[in-house]
Design a protein around this ligand. Structure first.
Ligand code: GDP
Ligand code: MG
Length: 298
């Protein structure tokens, strides 16, 4: 009886102070709006739902000033996303410096057209500016013209490419590139791979074989930021086949929203390292969680 009275008095006092308790009903209403805004930022539906469920769990029962309800939900979302996206990760350069014996091997995976080859060249450009020497492995032996495309980048950057003939074993190319780098004391081997979509099973088997042979220090998944859910599914599939260490999202110059990054990290819990922001070598940004969360949450 006293309990009931005390609750009533407490609620009255809250009302006088302009406070409300965040209960199920009130939260559902406001979280629906936040879910919509996540969807508008291209966050995948299942991910947006899960994030809002987490927010609900965190916030239920909290007492806040009536006019601050929205702000409290927004701040909670902001810190959730910041924590999600700020996975501890050394920079690529630190990782390379830390490895005792050369070369450091980076393998690029992703579907056709996602931007693997372009990203590989951008990263080589960046590493060479930092004083690292690079070798390319033309392990996309599948697509006609793939090795030539890589060679054009190599020529412009002044990098050696190891290539075999078309349709030869991509793992053997990677192996030779690593052997070449080892014998010449080169710092980094960057392995370009094929990304055909129509024969996924073969593709993933091929990726596994390259990874087995090359033992990459870093596997980067390259995804097109414009493809939303499709990029998330690809990331999950590649991650099951060869464990992904980090993500590069390309075409961020055409995608101001950033939800794809949130969905991928939510799905595979691997950090986004870079964003591709154009077609030039310099168009590669170190990913900033703060900037992304600002764009999504405001
Ligand atoms: N706008 C833009 N285009 C990009 C970016 N990265 C790659 N591309 C373009 O996307 C297309 C496919 O890139 P490519 O590297 O060949 O993809 P791959 O098949 O995965 O090797 C090319 O026309 C690239 O110039 C980027 O960050 N921004
Ligand atoms: Mg390519």
């Amino acid at each position: 009886m006293f309990r009931g009275l005390r609750d009533r008095v407490e609620r009255l006092a809250e009302r006088l102070r302009g406070e409300v308790e965040l209960d199920e009903r009130r939260l559902s209403e406001i979280l629906q709006e936040f879910e919509l805004s996540l969807l508008e930022s291209d966050v995948a539906l299942s991910v947006a739902e899960e994030i809002c469920q987490k927010l609900k769990e965190t916030l239920t029962g909290r007492r806040v000033a009536r006019r601050e309800v929205e702000q409290v939900v927004r701040e909670t979302l902001r810190s959730y996303l910041l924590e999600l996206m700020s996975m501890p990760s050394e920079s690529l350069e630190e990782k390379i410096r830390k490895k005792k014996e050369k070369p450091f091997v980076v393998m690029f995976v992703g579907v056709n057209g996602s931007g693997k080859t372009t990203t590989l060249a951008k990263i080589a450009h960046r590493l060479m500016n930092e004083g690292f020497s690079c070798v390319f492995a033309a392990s996309d032996t599948y697509r006609a013209g793939a090795a030539e495309q890589l060679e054009r980048h190599a020529e412009r950057l002044g990098v050696r490419v190891v290539r075999h003939e078309r349709l030869s074993d991509p793992a053997a190319v990677a192996y030779d590139a690593i052997a070449h780098a080892r014998s010449r004391g080169k710092d980094v081997v960057l392995i370009d791979t094929a990304g055909r979509m129509e024969t996924n099973v073969n593709l993933l088997e091929e990726m596994k074989k390259i990874a087995r042979v090359a033992k990459p220090d870093l596997v980067l998944f390259v995804g097109d930021a414009l493809t939303g859910n499709a990029a998330v599914e690809q990331a999950e599939r590649f991650n099951r086949a060869v464990e992904i260490d980090g993500v590069v999202l390309t075409k961020a110059d055409a995608d101001a929203k950033g939800g794809t990054a949130i969905s991928i990290v939510h799905a595979i819990r691997k950090p986004v390292l870079f964003l591709g922001t154009g077609q030039k070598y310099g168009d590669l940004e170190v990913f900033s969680p703060e900037k992304l969360v600002e764009a999504v949450v405001g």
